[in-house]
Design a protein around this ligand. Structure first.
Ligand code: THU
Length: 131
């Protein structure tokens, strides 16, 4: 397991590529795969605002497209001094792959280290598993 500082550093670098001309809120994310690889993403907005996608889902979809499906951790870097936890949609998106993954995000007072279990208790799962 790599230190969360390394993953956060990758998220901060990815944040520099954010495309956020509408909100000006730049976010970067980095996921650690089971193999120890790092895959990053940034938020990508659109003139049709609702089409905008968060950095976390960009990192995860990119990682899946690159052949990864098992993730240990995700780090999220927002603007300096602003708490940037993952939104509800991204939490559910993460739960698809690992409902207990480690989650680190920048906050007004350093970095918050938690788990997806704590951020999204009772995540919705595949109902077909119970029939
Ligand atoms: N955003 C993220 O990329 N990740 C988060 O964790 C919070 C919000 C983006 C979405 C939108 O482009 C901008 O930040 C403002 O909400």
């Amino acid at each position: 397991m790599m230190p969360s500082t390394e993953l956060l550093a990758a998220a901060r670098r990815a944040r520099e590529r954010a495309y956020a001309p509408y909100s000006q809120f730049h976010v970067g994310a980095a996921v650690e795969t089971e193999e120890g690889a790092i895959v990053t993403g940034c938020n990508v907005e659109n003139a049709s605002y609702g089409l905008s996608i968060c950095a976390e889902r960009v990192a995860l979809t990119r990682a899946v497209a690159e052949g990864h499906r098992a993730f240990r951790a995700i780090a999220i870097a927002g603007p300096e001094g602003v708490e940037t936890p993952p939104c509800g949609a991204c939490r559910q998106f993460m739960a698809e792959f690992n409902d207990g993954m480690r989650v680190s995000f920048t906050s007004s007072d350093g970095v918050i280290e938690t788990t997806l279990e704590k951020l999204l208790p009772h995540a919705f799962g595949d109902f077909r598993a119970n029939v």
